[in-house]
Design a protein around this ligand. Structure first.
Ligand code: PLP
Length: 391
């Protein structure tokens, strides 16, 4: 099996799993209790909090563990909206956010907030001048994703943060896909809140982080016990927290080396497919994209059919974001960058991870062209195209 869907999820790294193991059966105490096994849990959690903080240039007390990236996004938006509704009811985000942001923004619209969804250009970048124009006196929050999960475009986060701060507006970024792949410094980049998800960087599913700058007060999303400085209730998932801390530390330590290797594989895959397959194109920017992201459209055929045939050859990829791939709607991200519906439907996303090799990439470059050819031979769209081109 060749796994090329690392933006959907990653395997837990063996080093991470080793670090987690004792906290399932040995150090299983509730971090809020006072006996010594509980203190072990508390200590492990403190260490993980520092590891995550160090990875993004934050202070440990600014790291809040949550249940997932979606929860962190929900908390940032709903918590800010609730806390600042007297100051204003306007939020700015983009048309290419993950649904954890978009559906939360739609929820807030139903509750009296106004949301501006910024357009993006053909590469997926927001326009800074449009952002400036969208800011109003009642704008309370700007939320722009760090890197896009479908096309890998990396937004100009530091510039956006600077504009937000000049206007006294809070700035949140969904860094679920960027974390571990792009250098993040919350202070230099003027980031007030930032979402992370463990399972995208070699930790387990069901653990997330919301970084929240000291002094920022947003309302609670999960009410109950006094965990996480009385701001996020729920008995802490110590093994998952320990794993996320380790994964964050390793990802940052190895970032330069891993990125150099993965970027080479990415470019080999892009160039190999562009060379071997006619009528296909790259989606997103050629270089300002996540190191492992390859998103391409193949004219006249459906992404889903390609996926099924790739699966039969042992290759796992995706035809959109993991969360939308069960829906038949074309990807909102691909439509936002201006692709027509047919091209959006004929797209594939390969996301390369730290375990992929050059042989994996060679195998895809060898396997996909005959699949595309076979599907085109059955495609009425392709038949029409050939007829028209003969005349
Ligand atoms: N934000 C982005 C950009 C994502 O890619 C994802 C997951 O695909 C999420 C948020 C949600 O994270 P989680 O799966 O931890 O809820």
């Amino acid at each position: 099996m060749i796994y090329l869907d690392n933006a959907a999820t990653t395997p837990v790294r063996p080093e991470v799993f080793e670090e987690m193991k004792p906290y399932f059966t040995e150090h299983f105490g509730n971090a809020s209790s006072i006996y010594s096994i509980a203190k072990d849990s508390k200590k492990a959690m403190d260490k993980a909090r520092k590891q995550v903080a160090d990875a993004i240039g934050a202070k440990p007390e600014e790291i809040f563990f949550t249940g997932c990236g979606s929860e962190s996004d929900n908390w940032a938006l709903k918590g800010t909206a609730d806390a600042l509704s007297k100051k204003g009811k306007h939020i700015i985000t983009t048309k290419i956010e993950h649904h954890a942001i978009l559906h939360t923004a739609e929820f807030l619209e139903k509750h009296g907030f106004e949301v501006t969804y910024l357009d993006v250009d053909k590469y997926g970048f927001i326009n800074i001048e449009e952002l400036k124009k969208a800011i109003r006196d009642d704008t309370i929050l700007i939320s722009v994703m760090f890197a896009n999960n479908e096309i890998g475009t990396i937004e100009p986060i530091a510039e956006i943060g600077k504009i937000a701060h000049e206007r006294g507006i809070l700035f949140h970024t969904d860094a679920v896909q960027a974390m571990g792949h792009v250098k993040i410094d919350v202070n230099k980049m003027n980031i007030d809140m930032l979402s992370i998800s463990g399972h995208k960087l070699g930790a387990q599913k069901g653990i997330g982080v919301l970084y929240k700058r000291n002094g920022i007060k947003i309302s609670q999303l999960i009410h109950g016990g006094a965990q996480e400085q009385q701001q996020r209730a729920g008995t802490e998932n110590i093994p998952a927290i320990v794993g996320l801390g380790k994964a964050a530390e390793l990802a940052v330590k190895e970032m330069d080396e891993t990125n150099a290797r993965i970027t080479k594989l990415r470019d080999k895959l892009i160039n190999g497919l562009l060379e071997k397959i006619p009528y296909c194109s790259l989606n997103g920017h050629p270089s300002k994209r996540l190191p492992g992201n390859v998103n391409m459209s193949f004219d006249f055929i459906e992404g889903e059919s390609m996926l099924l045939m790739l699966d039969m050859k042992g290759i796992c990829a995706s035809s959109g974001s993991a969360c939308t791939s069960s829906s038949l709607d074309p990807s909102h991200v691909l439509l936002a960058i201006g692709l027509p519906h047919e091209k959006a439907h004929g797209s594939l996303r390969f996301t390369i991870g730290r375990e992929n090799t050059e042989e994996d990439i060679d195998y895809v470059i060898e396997t996909l062209p005959p699949i595309v050819e076979k599907l085109r031979a059955m495609s009425p769209l392709y038949e029409d195209f050939l007829k028209k081109n003969k005349q």
